[in-house]
Design a binder for this molecule. Structure first.
Ligand code: NAD
Length: 369
């Protein structure tokens, strides 16, 4: 049994299928898309030994052949080097304009494979089969693809929508607990940015979800995808409202840069800390009550997540340096920092009108406490 969330973009509409076992439908669904009977899969070295055989079985059961390129796991794979390797491999596999490339992994593989598909022969179709919670609730949906540059994260990329997303929630069973919780950071973000009732539900159900309750996992992925789809339909290329999805990300990207994009801080962990900082900043600016950041922090703590900057192991640069790293962020417009701030849980807005001193004070206090 699965649920379907449609992404209704003109000329580029696609479905997100969510539920345990949707991987088994991969062959039938991809065969129905036309193209050659040969499917090329990009995956990583953690996912391949656990799940690649099941995907290949599902594809061959419907008369397709499947070949996979197994890339190293980790953020470092979102690089020019692995993009080149992927594109050259796809060309060697003779992928043509009508064919379908499959991204089978977490957000790293999804972003890299999506970008490779976007530029290969000026664009081939691709299917996202996200295997991490973060990828199922966020990165596989909405068409942002890309790689990192030495100058910053996600600075090279393209909008390229997938033709189908298969979010098999059973695959999350093998995800390490730390990666699961990092993905949960993005789930919480959806409650915070636009659905207070969802945040209430998470406060009650997230412990069961983390323990493996499948109905709760499907519900959380579904609600997250519905919210992302709704925003992407309104603003596909981030001219306005799509930036709401970046709640917590201005802080997060500075912290990721400060920790060298290493496993000292996973992206979703940075998002959770960033959301807590964005709510703290909002409360200090008198936009929301002090109870809101406190409630958020209590929930993240209860889930065993990183909440504060001080939870990041190792030394960090000072507040001025972190602020300078925010300036590298793509969310900078005309030299002004753009923030997503909150009037309360479920009510956020975009603003460039944030006093530098207020941000600095929040960072200074966060580094001290
Ligand atoms: P990831 O792809 O590195 O996956 C996390 C870890 O889990 C990796 O070690 C991976 O090998 C492993 N893994 C994945 N699925 C597994 C499974 N089922 N069982 C066991 N191990 C598994 O990272 P992520 O957290 O999925 O994604 C982070 C990336 O997503 C970042 O690069 C971020 O910039 C990007 N992102 C993109 C968007 C977007 O809109 N395109 C949105 C949010 C994040």
């Amino acid at each position: 049994m699965h649920v379907t969330v449609p992404v209704d973009l003109p000329g580029r509409a696609y479905d997100i299928l969510i539920g345990p076992g949707v991987l088994d439908q991969a062959g039938a669904l991809i065969a129905a898309m036309g193209g050659r009977k040969h499917v090329c899969i990009l995956t990583d070295a953690n996912v391949a030994p656990l799940h690649l055989a099941a995907l290949q079985d599902a594809l061959t059961a419907d008369g397709l052949t499947a070949e996979a390129l197994v890339l190293p796991a980790g953020e470092g794979t979102k690089s020019w080097r692995h993009l080149e390797q992927s594109v050259e491999w796809l060309l060697a596999q003779k992928v043509e304009r009508g064919d379908v490339v499959v991204a089978f992994g977490g957000g790293v593989i999804g972003d890299l494979a999506g970008f490779a598909a976007a530029i290969l022969r000026r664009g081939v179709r691709f299917v996202q089969i996200p295997t991490s919670l973060l990828a199922q609730v966020d990165s596989s949906v909405g068409g942002k693809t890309g790689i990192n540059s030495p100058s910053g994260k996600n600075l090279i990329g393209a909008f390229h929508q997938p033709s189908l997303v298969l979010a098999d929630t059973a695959l999350l069973g093998t995800l390490p607990a730390r990666d699961f919780l990092a993905g949960y950071g993005e789930v919480v973000k959806y409650g915070l940015l636009g659905d207070a009732a969802f945040f209430d539900w998470l406060e009650a159900e997230a412990p069961a979800l983390a323990r493996g309750d499948m109905d709760a996992r499907v519900r959380a992925v579904q609600r997250s995808c519905e919210m992302k789809a709704e925003i992407v339909q309104r603003d596909e290329t981030e001219q306005g409202d799509r930036a709401l999805l970046n709640l917590g990300h201005t802080f997060c990207h500075a912290l990721e840069a400060a920790t060298g994009y290493s496993d000292r801080l996973l992206h979703g962990e940075g998002v959770a800390i960033g959301c807590a900082l964005a709510f703290e900043l909002s409360a200090r600016l008198g936009l929301c009550s002090q109870e809101d950041p406190s409630r958020l922090r209590a929930h993240l703590r209860e889930m065993g997540m990183k909440v504060d900057i001080r939870d990041i192991p190792g030394d960090l640069p000072d507040a001025e340096a972190l602020l300078a790293m925010m300036g590298q962020d793509k969310k900078v417009k005309d030299g002004k920092l753009r923030f997503i701030l909150a009037r309360g849980i479920g009510a956020v807005f975009i603003t460039s009108d944030v006093p530098r001193e207020a941000v600095l004070a929040v960072l200074q206090d966060a580094l001290r406490t």
